[in-house]
Design a protein around this ligand. Structure first.
Ligand SMILES: Cc1ncc(COP(=O)(O)O)c(C=O)c1O
Length: 393
């Protein structure tokens, strides 16, 4: 299997973790040697309810018995997609009420960028340095890390970058700007939170010049920060909200939500303004509906803050300089990238899954399922501190 993996399946790095997966349940992933790994990553913030949550599995099985794909997006009335978009709307402030379901986060970002241009008739997009929004050409164009996109140029034109949290740069948002796109909490950059009213000020400047604000909640969204959406912490409602990852409960999904007034523009002039074959797929939508019901109907979100406190309490070590982030979207910053590498790899040997962040080499990603237990948190933190104890500087 391992040699076939390297021979036939295209890789994204020369050194993938390359565990051969047997099965996964709750907070654990098992390899084919039946070794159990406690999962502190949740498929990179995607498996919000852990692995094979019974309600998600039940919803998928029920839908499997009814129908799979029957038609391209938006033509037929399919209950799972309707119920999912309705439930999302019921948890969102006005004017966010209409949702377009996609197959992935990056596709939802591309849809949001197109919608902003369609609404404003402008072309300029302003994004943030060290932002990550996905890897299709549109999303890549607004990624704030030149080194990883240079070879793919030319990308979409009219994209400018500002420094996240730098209020003095907000004057670059002008009447030429179609949209500002930001992650509510920057993920790949190292789990950087907006500070000193930054998002409110971005909102104000967008309003002043008639630009739209797109907030990418693909990582912080759906309960991970203790509220359903990260923006609820900051008194700032976007014009377009993009979600994904944790919404699917382990299934592939993306979504962008805006006002009916704006979303309806995708129907006309030109019609078919954004189309997809599989977006809103009934099985995926059923899994997402079950996930959203479970997260909004339980105390998982409030527990997220208690679990954050527990991690901060148990993850103290001289080699960890700081823990960034909020809720169960945390990054332990070590003294060096080498230490971080060693911790991620050694913890894997010790039965704990950790991962890196895209653009902050000193960060250890800690984004476990929201369903992780307190005992599992303490166990994982002990593994990390034990591994750190063995690292000689
Ligand atoms: C903040 C953010 N935006 C967008 C994406 C892209 O989502 P996907 O990988 O589902 O296309 C990601 C994925 O990591 C992300 O973290």
């Amino acid at each position: 299997m391992t040699s076939d993996f390297f021979k036939y399946q295209a890789q994204t790095t020369p050194h993938p973790l390359a565990m051969t997966i047997s099965h996964a349940e709750g907070s654990y992933i098992y390899d084919t040697n039946q070794k159990a790994y406690l999962d502190f990553v949740a498929g990179v913030s995607a498996c919000s309810l852990g692995h094979r949550h019974p309600k998600v599995i039940e919803a998928i099985k029920n839908q499997l018995d009814k129908y799979l794909h029957v038609m391209v997006y938006g033509e037929y009335i399919q209950e799972p997609a309707v119920e999912l978009t309705k439930l999302l709307a019921s948890h969102l402030p006005k004017p966010l009420e209409k949702t377009y379901l996609t197959n992935s986060g990056t596709e939802a970002i591309d849809g949001a960028l197109k919608l902003a241009r369609r609404v404003t008739g402008r072309s300029e997009i302003i994004a943030a340095h060290h932002a990550y929004h996905g890897n299709t050409m549109g999303a890549l164009s607004v990624m704030g890390f030149e080194e990883r996109k240079q070879v793919f140029r030319p990308l979409i034109p009219d994209v400018k970058f500002i420094k996240f949290n730098a209020q003095e740069e907000l004057s670059q948002i002008t009447t030429k700007t179609a949209a500002v796109i930001l992650e509510t909490i920057q993920g790949g950059a190292g789990f950087i939170e907006p500070k000193d009213g930054y998002l409110e000020k971005v909102r104000k400047q967008c309003d002043a010049v008639g630009a739209l604000l797109i907030l990418d909640e693909i990582q912080p969204g759906i309960g991970r920060t203790g509220k359903l959406f990260g923006f609820e912490h900051y008194n700032c409602v976007p014009d377009i909200l993009v979600t994904g990852k944790g919404l699917g409960g382990g299934m592939p999904i993306g979504a962008f939500t805006s006002s009916s007034k704006y979303m309806d523009l995708l129907q006309d002039n030109p019609k078919l303004g954004h189309i997809t074959t599989f977006g809103g797929h009934p099985v995926i939508a059923a899994a997402a509906l079950a996930t959203l019901k479970e997260i909004t109907g339980s105390n998982l979100m409030s527990q997220t803050l208690e679990k954050e406190a527990l991690i901060r309490q148990h993850l103290k070590h001289p080699l960890i300089t700081e823990i960034r982030g909020r809720g169960l979207m945390l990054a332990a910053i070590t003294q060096s990238a080498d230490i971080t590498n060693e911790v991620v790899l050694k913890c894997k040997d010790e039965g704990l899954i950790l991962f890196w962040l895209l653009f902050e080499p000193k960060a250890i990603r800690i984004s476990p399922p929201l369903t992780i237990s307190n005992d599992e948190i303490i166990k994982g933190c002990m593994i990390i501190t034990r591994v750190l104890d063995c690292i000689s500087l």
